[in-house]
Design a binder for this molecule. Structure first.
Ligand code: F6P
Length: 555
């Protein structure tokens, strides 16, 4: 048995789980009218209500004991101080430094990193402002109208999510596009209506070796050359964000257009760095600073609030409670704000690439479950798609609901209706509908006893389905920064307790390696026999049915 499941608090939680598992939240609310006050936390303009969870005072006490016993406080200090907690890659984890407003030295590998962070941010903002104010001119002396971010994973999902979330705060005469898929349809569709003379590309890749990004970057360059007949002044149309300055230079990006990333920022935690350039162009430097400020406020809360009043800690502990004790396999994230429509896919990478691990920090196979499957959708859309399963399915799916108290462009009629759904759904999931309620309802409708008997089982809602609600005043840059940081720290806390390294991602390597080898096998039409029968069969089917190989059609 591993260390985690040997902890005193773990055994206490197992015992406590037996006492609480059959209790219904409906009864808990009836017995304790102070539940909301007790189980909610306000941080600036964010209210976190976790009272609709299958917990009581004792649950929270024991979960907090678990966090203490797992050494959470020490690990938080280690992360913020720049210790190499990403031990498999020997790296510090300092995305928090990118938004830190303090001026005290922060030493990484013998160097104070503060000045470099500031300098790089200034360079990013300078370029963004030049583009925004139409001072940056392209090859034919025209201003930039379209910016295309070419990247994938953390070099795509974070900036895309932020850009979409803050669209109402954006400058409307520059279009920001995102290309991530190696499928040529993505870049072809994006470039189809763009003018190379007024288009600016950001090649966003920490490593500058990611196949998808490099193939797309090469096609973008080729498109520019083909359209304009030469690569003259290409430097006015391409920049790179990377920690691999050598490869970016080799690719042809001019030195002043290369923005630095550091190995102590993980890809999925990098939207605060120069990877956020597309967002800065979209919303401007001041609002990007606000995004950083919002995250910084949460960093301060996370590193100083007592664990019992610490939102990311409570979020993490609840997730763990369902994951490890109720055996929940997944977790839904449901934003009731259209502009957060990319938040679920952003969070999928942030959470699942971080905590989808099964070997602990002592290189032992874990004997408990770790990161859940994260999925989600805009809440209203999800109500008409998969909420049926949340309400009446056989699986327990804890959900986070995120909603704004008011909208940037508020039309009261819309917003009241939206919010009525937020409140109704969390109440319905918690309370359910009893047989008696169904009976009374159908009786009132005049249904016969026989028909009621037939229909009743289908119309009962078991309830007792947990939700936590994050209500924020409105979706502005600062609040968005805070929300993202809450989730980043939640993921960290869970990783600490599960005793796994949340900051590496070895699990993405194997597929990449195999794809590299298979790519060579696709060069000719010879039958392959080097794989299992399924892989051979699929490759050979593809080879026989693909159109006769033509030279690559240049874009
Ligand atoms: O394949 C996964 C991954 O390594 C992510 O961790 C990362 O965010 C993404 O690829 C992109 O990597 P890069 O920024 O180096 O191109």
């Amino acid at each position: 048995m591993s260390k985690l499941t040997k902890l005193t608090s773990w055994s206490a939680l197992e015992k406590h789980f037996d006492d609480i598992k059959a209790l219904h939240m409906r009864d808990m609310f009836e017995k304790d009218s102070g539940r909301f006050d007790k189980f909610s936390i306000q941080l600036n303009d964010i209210l976190y209500d976790y009272s609709k969870n299958r917990i009581d005072d004792q649950t929270i006490r024991l979960l907090l004991d678990l966090a203490e016993e797992a050494g959470l406080t020490v690990q938080i200090e280690k992360m913020f101080s720049g210790e190499a907690i990403n031990h498999t890659e020997q790296r510090a984890v300092l995305h928090t430094a990118l938004r830190d407003r303090s001026t005290e030295p922060l030493i990484v590998n013998g160097q104070d990193i503060r000045a470099e962070i500031k300098q790089e941010r200034q360079r990013v903002m300078q370029l963004a402002e030049q583009i925004r104010t139409r001072k940056w001119r392209g090859v034919t002396n025209q201003a930039i109208t379209d910016v295309v971010n070419i990247g994938i994973g953390g070099s795509h999902l974070g900036p895309l999510m932020v850009t979409e979330a803050l669209r109402p705060h954006s400058l409307h005469d520059i279009n920001v596009h995102f290309v991530s898929n190696i499928d040529e349809n993505h870049i072809n569709d994006t470039l189809e209506y763009l003018n190379p003379e007024t288009t600016f590309f950001i090649i966003a890749s920490k490593t500058f070796t990611t196949q998808d990004t490099m193939v797309n970057a090469e096609s973008a360059r080729q498109w520019y050359i083909n359209k304009l007949g030469s690569d003259e002044h290409i430097e006015r149309h391409f920049c790179a964000v990377t920690s691999n300055v050598g490869l970016a230079t080799e690719f042809g990006v001019a030195g002043p257009n290369i923005f630095k990333m550091w190995d102590w920022v993980g890809g999925r935690y990098s939207l605060w760095s120069a990877i956020g350039l597309s967002s800065v162009i979209m919303i401007g430097s001041d609002q990007f600073e606000e995004l950083l400020n919002g995250a910084y406020e949460v960093d301060q809360h996370f590193s100083s609030a007592p664990l019992a009043e610490n939102i990311p800690v409570i979020m993490a502990l609840l997730g763990l409670w369902y994951n490890n004790f109720f055996d929940a396999q997944s977790m839904a994230v449901l934003p009731y704000d259209q502009h957060l429509h990319r938040f679920p896919s952003y969070l999928q990478q942030a959470d699942m690439e971080s905590n989808g691990k099964s070997v602990d920090n002592q290189a032992q196979q874990v004997d408990y479950t770790t990161g859940p499957v994260i999925f989600g959708e805009i809440g209203i859309a999800a109500q008409h798609a998969f909420f049926q399963l949340l309400h009446q399915g056989t699986k327990l799916v804890p959900a986070d609901i995120l909603a704004p108290v008011y909208n940037f462009r508020c039309i009261a009629r819309h917003h009241r209706a939206l919010m009525s759904n937020v409140f109704a759904q969390t109440e319905a999931l918690m309370r359910g509908k009893t047989q008696q309620q169904v009976y009374d309802e159908l009786k009132r409708e005049g249904m016969s006893e026989e028909k009621i008997k037939q229909l009743m089982p289908y119309k009962v809602f078991p309830g007792n389905r947990p939700t936590s609600t994050i209500l924020f005043d409105t979706l502005n840059p600062k609040t968005l920064g805070s929300i993202i940081a809450l989730y980043e720290h939640k993921i960290f806390v869970q990783g600490v307790i599960w005793n796994i390294n949340s900051f590496d991602q070895w699990g993405v390597e194997l597929g990449k390696q195999l794809a590299k080898n298979i790519l060579h096998e696709l060069d000719d039409n010879e039958c392959v026999a080097s794989h299992d029968s399924s892989t051979n069969g699929l490759i050979n089917h593809y080879k026989t049915r693909r159109p006769i190989k033509k030279e690559d059609k240049r874009m």
